[in-house]
Design a protein. Structure first.
Ligand code: PRX
Length: 589
């Protein structure tokens, strides 16, 4: 540890990792972090080669990395199966009958799925996908509530080399339509409905609307029965998940795919009206999510790990599914809202199941503060040993509250900065090592060559603001924007010469700690979710009554930022009849 950090620790400007945590953490000294960090930059082949050995490969790689800006290839020539790494490889170990998923639905229904059970369900559903014509490389759109079957569907795609594109269940029919048009998915996997704040979200109906009229690539819609809703079944197109299972076997051997085989496309907002399909591939992504889950969450077999994100976001992909399951962890998942039926639902769950690691967004923390600490104090949270945050900057007050009220001053907090594009954590404390400062994502993870630069790419001085860039490729980086290589190069690799531009502004303090200031492009961060101003504007001007629209962000106490729209109407009276329906669709988007 540097002398300066030691002095700061004495002065109370840092929060040192609690001793008991540090003693048994995988990495437990600053020297070890610095040594590994140095190796990861100076000898990436050695470092990443060793980390990748933590996964099962069908064929070894020939080269760790090939890089020709902006195209990276990791573990070149290697072959593996992402699903096999998350499921099958635990079957020959003591984890076979260990819980993989511990699930609670919003109405209070409960299910546990062991690794052996998950394996069976994934194999069965992979065969259902095959029976419905899905082949390696085909795109499958998943639009599900947060139930175990959403994860089963993702892993089943990975098993047969199909590319999943999960669309968050809170998104509208228009979002589904846009993503179908862009990805050309042939199959949609959905549910009749899902529960959210005591209401049923009519997922299948939204899919029906998305498929109404016009050309579509979709051949099949597979529907899981979750909410017992009466739904429309389109003959020759729609099939029930449970009926399909009757026709398939539970045997589905996993095949090895090239390390650069596409794993998924996840759409995120950019600075234009059209969402970008961020493409991730297999080997590098899995190494990145596996390695960060191991070191940043310090995952153990005894843990009950809970990341509250929905699988519709990158956090759900990397830290509900691929990272923790590849580590053989037990993951808690909860379908519904944190304040249903009352604002202590999360703490009830932590107490009842004995959650040990809890990972959520600052917006949620600020909501808990607003709802009052008495909701927390009703529950015994002593099982918690590690807390995390993600998605947006956390204000120091919220950090302190999280530390004191939820963590009882015993849990380290990992404030993890990363993006849909980065696939895995980039700036983050290591919980047994890094002294934390409330509001800072602290230091770079292994292999991350982060810097803050001006418009010309020159590094700025201490505490000077600038653009946050990454100066070399890393295993879990995006491989492109689906179908738009020019936009990929232009957006990420052309703004600062030779560097990946994150879109974020940041500064680095006298200890080398990073402080994220916020987006530098036309992207808002509302409740930890990215929203392009141009996207909202284009939804607004699509309305027949709207002449012009301009959208800006304003600070919001709970959500970080809120959307403010300035709209000029063409003529209110004439179009009034349209308002109800269209505005509702627009806001859902
Ligand atoms: O602005 C940063 C912010 O969220 C953006 C990425 O959003 P998205 O791709 O939706 O992924 C969110 C989950 C990884 C970043 O460009 N952001 C993310 N994490 C943090 C953050 N800002 C500050 N601190 C963080 N820990």
């Amino acid at each position: 540890m540097s002398e300066q950090i030691e002095t700061h620790l004495k002065e109370g400007r840092f929060f040192a990792p609690p001793k008991e945590f540090a003693q048994r953490a995988r990495i437990s000294s600053m020297e070890e972090y610095r040594r590994m960090y140095r190796e990861s930059l100076e000898e990436p082949e050695v470092f990443w080669g060793r980390e990748a050995q933590g996964l099962d490969w069908r064929e070894p790689w020939e080269r760790v990395v090939e890089w020709e800006l902006p195209d990276a290839k990791w573990f070149v020539g290697g072959r593996l199966n992402a699903c096999e790494n998350c499921v099958d490889r635990h079957l020959g170990t003591a984890r076979r009958h260990k819980a993989a998923l511990v699930w609670e639905g919003e109405p209070g229904d409960k299910r546990t799925m062991t690794y052996a059970q998950l394996y069976r369900q994934v194999c069965l559903f992979a065969n259902v996908l095959k029976r419905n014509g899905v082949k390696a490389g085909d795109r499958v759109l998943i639009y599900m509530p947060l139930i175990p079957e959403a994860i089963v569907a993702m892993l089943a795609c990975a098993r047969i080399g199909a590319v999943h594109s999960v669309v968050f269940g809170g998104f509208s029919s228009e979002s589904i339509r846009d993503r179908l048009a862009d990805s050309g998915a042939s199959v949609v996997v959905t549910a009749d409905g899902g529960y959210r704040r005591g209401q049923i979200v009519t997922l299948k109906q939204n899919v029906d609307h998305a498929l109404e009229g016009g050309e579509t690539s979709v051949q099949r819609v597979i529907v899981f029965r979750r909410a017992n809703l009466e739904i429309h079944i389109e003959e020759h197109r729609d099939v029930w998940w449970h009926r399909e299972l009757e026709y398939v076997s539970a045997e589905c051997p996993a095949e090895g795919f090239d390390s650069e085989h596409p794993l998924f496309i996840l759409y995120t907002s950019g600075s234009t009206g059209k969402p970008k399909g961020i493409l991730h591939t297999t080997g590098g992504y899995l190494v990145g999510t596996h390695c960060t889950s191991k070191y940043v969450f310090d995952l153990r077999d005894e843990d009950l790990y809970w990341c509250t994100a929905d699988v519709g976001w990158i956090t759900g992909h990397s830290y509900v599914v691929y990272g923790p399951l590849s580590c053989g962890a037990t993951c808690m998942i909860y379908e519904g809202a944190p304040n249903w039926p009352e604002p202590d639902r999360f703490w009830r769950i932590v107490e009842e199941y004995g959650v040990t690691i809890f990972y959520t967004a600052p917006t949620a923390i600020r909501s808990f503060i607003k709802w009052g600490r008495h909701w927390v104090e009703k529950h015994d949270l002593s099982s918690l040993r590690l807390l995390g945050t993600v998605g947006e900057p956390i204000n120091p007050e919220a950090w302190m509250w999280y530390y004191e009220v939820i963590g009882r001053k015993k849990c380290p907090i990992v404030d993890t900065w990363w993006q849909t594009e980065t696939g895995a954590h980039m700036l983050t404390p290591l919980p047994g090592v890094t002294p934390t400062k409330p509001g800072s994502a602290t230091l770079p993870f292994f292999g991350v060559d982060a810097a803050i630069v001006d418009e010309e790419g020159r590094e700025v001085g201490v505490n000077e603001g600038g653009r946050l860039v990454i100066r070399r490729p890393w295993p879990s980086m995006l491989r492109g924007i689906y179908g738009d290589p020019a936009r990929y190069r232009e957006q990420y690799w052309s703004q600062v010469p030779g560097c990946y531009f994150t879109g974020d502004g940041a500064r680095r303090d006298e200890d080398g700690y990073f402080w994220i200031v916020g987006r530098m492009d036309d992207v808002l961060n509302v409740a930890g979710h990215r929203l392009g101003t141009a996207e909202v504007e284009s939804a607004l001007v699509a309305h027949p009554a709207v002449a012009e629209a301009a959208v800006v962000g304003r600070p919001d106490e709970i959500k970080g930022q809120a959307v403010v729209a300035f709209v000029t109407l063409k003529g209110v009276c004439k179009h009034r009849q349209h308002f109800g329906r269209n505005c509702e669709g627009m806001w859902r988007k």
